[in-house]
Write a protein that binds this ligand. Sequence first.
Ligand code: AMP
Length: 313
Amino acid sequence: MKLVRTKRALRDQLLPARAAGRSVGLVPTMGYLHDGHLSLLRAARDRCELVVMTSFVNPAQFRSDEDLASYPRDEERDAGLAATAGVDLLYAPPTSEVYADGHATSVIVDGITEVLCGDPGRRGTEHFRGVTTVVAKLFNTVQPDVAFFGQKDAQQAIVIERMVRDLDFPVEIVVMPTIREQDGLAMSSRNSHLSPDERRRATALNQALEAVRERAEGGGSDLRAALAAGRSVLSRAGIEPEYLEARDATDLSPIESFNGRAVLVAVAAPVGPTRLIDNLVIVPRPLAPASGASWQPSQRAAAQPAARAKERR
Ligand code: AMP
């Protein structure tokens, strides 16, 4: 594996592969790797002839300097894990390499960035502007054939798919299932900030989502009651969510009931000082079929692109 710090070096390294017509896979990360990242790297290794991983803690997507400064980092360990996972090129640029003096251009995806995490009272649309701008820059620098993202950040994946479609980036987006700890907690670099007590309570996020899923799969179409069940799971763990919402899984539009379409149930909540997010996609049946079965597992695999693969449970 080769570690490069500049766009120039990255392009030089990519040149022979490109000239030989080899397929290039990209896995963008902010480092501090865990099994979620590794699953993306493995998928890229399986699918592409040359695998590029980027490791860049992007200041443009953080709301506060404090959150940015405390984001966990361990480049040496990441390099070892990336090499073992079969990464060919690790691009870990300094901020000045990504944002030159006078940087003034952004990519903005409207609408779907204004809800859930993008709500002005939460991380705000600026967060997604930071994400889309840096991902667009990485697409231009690496020019991958395929780029791999995680369902863990479902809204981010939906926003990137929309950007790619709207701006005609010649790249295929693959969204991989959320990788979880044994007790259901979605893996996240931020989990390393949790105290033992917070770590225990953090499992309530996944449990709340599962409580919503249980209601929906039980044939209930009452969205409000299902979400209330999820909220009481959080409340029992002493967690006050930023949001626990159900939205159309394709375009994040509001929904009034489980209506037979893929529904994204997403949660964001502070656990102590650490903000965590999680989500799942459910497709309840609108009416009970003659057989009495209210749920077909295969329906979930047919959900919208960001949820194409089944989650590990
Ligand atoms: P991050 O380093 O947190 O920006 O994440 C880099 C990529 O890994 C993003 O596409 C994330 O959605 C993905 N990712 C993060 N956590 C997980 C997880 N638990 N399972 C699957 N993918 C993940």
